[in-house]
Design a protein around this ligand. Structure first.
Ligand code: SF4
Length: 99
């Protein structure tokens, strides 16, 4: 069986383009949620929590990549594609910065 679609009219192509552009915010929202699910799995595997464990916290960990300000959320080299790591967080692979 051979698929031979009819050529798309200019008006139809414009309509498809408008619909695609209109759907972009929805696509971005779902992409972000899927991304967050991945983060959640990694966080769970590493037992991440948003609170410190004693003196151990992300801000004092070699894996932490700080945000714009010291109190802003940052990133973690051990949890790729995650930019919601709290400077006051902690996880099982905490490694203290050298003093
Ligand atoms: Fe925080 Fe763990 Fe990442 Fe260190 S490795 S910055 S403790 S999440």
């Amino acid at each position: 069986m051979k698929f031979n679609p009819a050529p798309m009219s200019r008006r139809r192509a414009l309509g498809v383009a408008v619909n695609v552009v209109a759907a972009l915010p929805v696509i971005a929202l779902f992409s972000r949620e899927a991304y967050a699910a991945n983060n959640a799995a990694l966080r769970k595997a590493l037992q991440y929590q948003d609170t410190p464990k004693g003196d151990a916290k992300c801000a004092n960990c070699v894996q932490f990549v700080p945000g714009a300000a010291a109190t802003d959320k940052g990133k973690c080299k051990a949890i790729p594609n995650d930019d919601e790591i709290s400077p006051n967080g902690w996880c099982a692979v905490f490694a203290a910065k050298p003093k």
